[in-house]
Design a protein around this ligand. Structure first.
Ligand SMILES: Cc1cc2nc3c(=O)[nH]c(=O)nc-3n(C[C@H](O)[C@H](O)[C@H](O)COP(=O)(O)OP(=O)(O)OC[C@H]3O[C@@H](n4cnc5c(N)ncnc54)[C@H](O)[C@@H]3O)c2cc1C
Length: 494
């Protein structure tokens, strides 16, 4: 018998029919008996709009995206995921998978479809001897960092701790540790994944190797991952890091010094540059609040007694407006920027990889930020060069093995801001002005909803054709299409 938290009372004990968007875009009418069949295979309630828990189950980080599913299942096991996938395939329903809900394009939700919210599958098990973590697909980055740091271990994860491990990993994954250990997927040893046929498979370099190759950068296209096995490394638990910033008036000097710093930095040092407006936060001296600044977010995970030597060229810049650099827990460095991008505001980004920081690029970035009309904008440079450059281009579909930096223009504003259209136009223009100096390819996890197939294709570069073959083998009907979609062969993808 299907269990529902609200529907039983509302419908006088009967489960009402529901229309769910089908793969062809048209509504599929599911009767109460259809839903009972699905419910009988689940040990969890089937959620519908208005049910207790609905709002958080469908919440997306980017308030700009307005999508809502018709049904949500919050599975607790691979078996339940398999039941839902089989049901969706049999009824040709649009299905989506939600990890942390942080994708900027809102790809966790199939509008009018059936969403698997994985938040209940959120356990982390660390084996400190094997240096591996078994990670549930509902985990946020903070869950993994906290659990692994208890053993002085970490894997490559991003720097905002509320992002989902699943989406980040399945698109590649980058963070302060990328310079040492590559993409997150370079540290992925194995996944358990439910494919479009409903089978629960294990994929690794030795088992279903073609599937594993595709999962390492395009996983959302190939199934629903129900467990990740990630390799861990000795990191922290104390590292040196935090935020340091100078007035924007010194941008020319700071950008050039940043280039020198990153060209010489050891791999244990990751410094990300952010041109931003200083927030009105207690840790920012009052005179700088609301002023444009050049900030650097720093994480040095090497030996602490080497800090003065390693950070020499940064510390000698002098007269910072803000200096919050200190020896501190790695988990703190991985989360202190959490409040800077709260859920529900409207976000719009454009990013691209760069191989070098040319004079033209640096002066363009400085000019752009000087004229930027968006108070909540950030122009950033993420330094990636290191371990990820040392793998062959086809080691996982993630590719982009020549990327040394990510350049980004990020806009953030309140819902209902009347200037929103002009902000989006400015972000696009800023991207166009930087493109002559960048590589023409972008990180799939940073692509917005309006970036088309050309950008998806470009993101995978020479690995794209092989990815289409893997997609065709494991998902010939393109069941998993609520993502940066790669259509299988002989499919219209409609
Ligand atoms: C504030 C912020 C900071 C960020 N910082 C970083 C960073 O430092 N490094 C970095 O690499 N990226 C970063 N990102 C980008 C991030 O990697 C992507 O937004 C990613 O998609 C988020 O994953 P999620 O699970 O939260 O997303 P969701 O929106 O839940 O999912 C994203 C995609 O993955 C699919 N998916 C989710 N779970 C599964 C599963 N179990 N099986 C199959 N498919 C699944 C979804 O269907 C969807 O297509 C950041 C994003 C934000 C918003």
């Amino acid at each position: 018998m299907i269990r529902e938290s609200r529907n039983a009372a509302e419908a006088g004990g009967h489960i009402t029919d529901v229309e769910v968007r089908g793969l062809d875009g048209l509504p599929v009418h599911l009767t109460s008996s259809d839903l009972e069949v699905l419910g009988s295979m689940l040990g969890v309630p089937l959620l519908r709009p208005g049910d207790s828990g609905w709002a958080s189950a469908v919440l997306l980080w980017n308030g700009l995206i307005k999508k809502e599913p018709a049904l949500v299942v919050q599975p607790t096991s691979a078996r339940e995921v398999s039941a839902v996938v089989r049901f969706a395939a049999a009824n040709r329903l649009q299905i989506s998978t939600k990890g942390g809900g942080h994708n900027i394009a809102g790809s966790a939700i199939a509008d009018g479809g059936l969403t698997l919210d994985m938040s209940r599958m959120n356990t982390v098990t660390v084996d400190p001897v094997a240096m591996l973590a078994q990670v549930g697909p509902g985990c946020l980055l903070q869950d993994v960092d906290r659990a692994t740091q208890e053993h002085g271990l970490a894997t490559v994860l991003g720097f905002i701790s509320e992002v989902g491990v699943a989406g980040l990993t399945l698109g590649g994954g980058l963070g302060y540790l990328s310079r040492r250990f590559g993409w997150t997927v370079d540290n992925l040893e194995e996944v358990e994944i439910v494919t479009a046929d409903g089978l629960v498979r294990t994929a690794s370099r030795h088992d279903n190797a073609d599937l594993f190759w595709g999962v390492r950068g395009a996983g959302a296209n190939l199934g629903v991952v129900t467990r990740f096995t990630l390799r861990l490394h000795e990191v922290g638990p104390t590292v040196f890091g935090g935020l340091i910033a100078w007035p924007f008036e010194r941008a020319d000097e700071i950008l050039r010094r940043y280039r020198t710093l990153t060209s010489r930095a050891p791999r244990e040092l990751a410094v990300w540059l952010i041109l931003m407006t200083a927030p009105a936060e207690p840790f920012i001296p009052e005179r700088w609040q609301g002023k444009k600044i050049c900030a650097m977010a720093v994480c040095y995970s090497g030996e602490l007694d080497k800090v003065p030597e390693v950070l020499d060229s940064l510390l000698e810049i002098g007269d910072p407006a803000v200096d919050l650099l200190a020896a501190q827990p790695y988990t703190h460095v991985q989360s202190y920027l959490d409040d800077s991008e709260p859920k529900g505001l409207h976000y719009y980004w454009k990013t691209e990889y760069a191989v070098e920081l040319s004079d033209g690029l640096l002066s363009t970035i400085r000019e752009l930020f000087a004229e930027c009309p968006i108070e909540g904008a950030e122009l950033g440079i993420l330094h990636l060069a290191g371990a990820l450059n040392e793998h062959p281009e086809d080691d996982g579909v993630v590719g982009n093995r020549n990327a040394r930096y990510v350049i980004g223009s990020n806009g953030m504003w309140d819902p209902g801001d009347p200037a929103a259209d002009s902000y989006r136009a400015w972000i696009r223009e800023s991207w166009e002005r930087q493109r002559p100096f960048t590589g023409g390819r972008s990180y799939i996890n940073f692509q917005t909803a309006d970036e088309g197939q050309q950008q998806v294709r470009a993101a995978y570069g020479t690995n794209y054709e092989r990815l289409v073959q893997v997609k065709t083998k494991y998902d010939p009907d393109n069941l998993f299409r609520t993502n940066r979609n790669v259509a299988p062969m002989e499919s219209t993808g409609s």
